[in-house]
Design a protein around this ligand. Structure first.
Ligand code: I3S
Length: 128
């Protein structure tokens, strides 16, 4: 996180711009709405802020309120199957609360790093 006030406190701290859409909310299917979001992984929480574009903002700045947060504890992450999206490099994230998100980047290095970070975070079970 280049503009973070302090260096990342743990390997599970990560941020960048990703394309995101919800596909299910509280177990119910919702219409896709792909948006480019400034995305931050902090501990067991994934935060999204809309339209941060260049990736130079940080939460706390005037235009950088988290729009949406996801609790990763007890969730799961996998590569989305082709029927979930026609896009390339799509991660499917399911939360214990019944929210499903698709997370995508055109850059496969970027998305692979996110996949690993999310997988690591979820698989530690360190919150237990
Ligand atoms: O799974 P879907 O319904 O094919 O998802 C596409 C739609 O959400 C589409 O918007 P409309 O609801 O206005 O048709 C989006 O523009 C597409 O990006 C969605 O599909 P992909 O394959 O890009 O996730």
């Amino acid at each position: 996180c280049p503009s973070s006030p302090k260096p990342p406190a743990s390997p599970s701290e990560k941020c960048g711009v990703l394309n995101v859409t919800k596909i299910t909310e509280h177990g119910k299917k919702v219409r896709k709405n792909w948006t480019s979001s400034w995305t931050v992984l902090q501990g067991f929480t994934l935060l999204f802020a809309k339209g941060q574009g260049g990736g130079t903002s940080w939460f706390g700045g005037s235009q950088s309120k988290p729009e949406f947060t996801v609790d990763l504890r007890g969730g799961s992450v996998e590569w989305a199957s082709k029927d979930k999206s026609s896009k390339k490099h799509v991660i499917e994230l399911k939360t214990r609360q019944g929210t499903e998100l698709l997370i995508q980047s055109e850059n496969d290095g970027v998305i692979t790093d996110w996949y690993r970070a999310l997988q690591d975070t979820i698989s530690t079970h360190a919150w237990e």
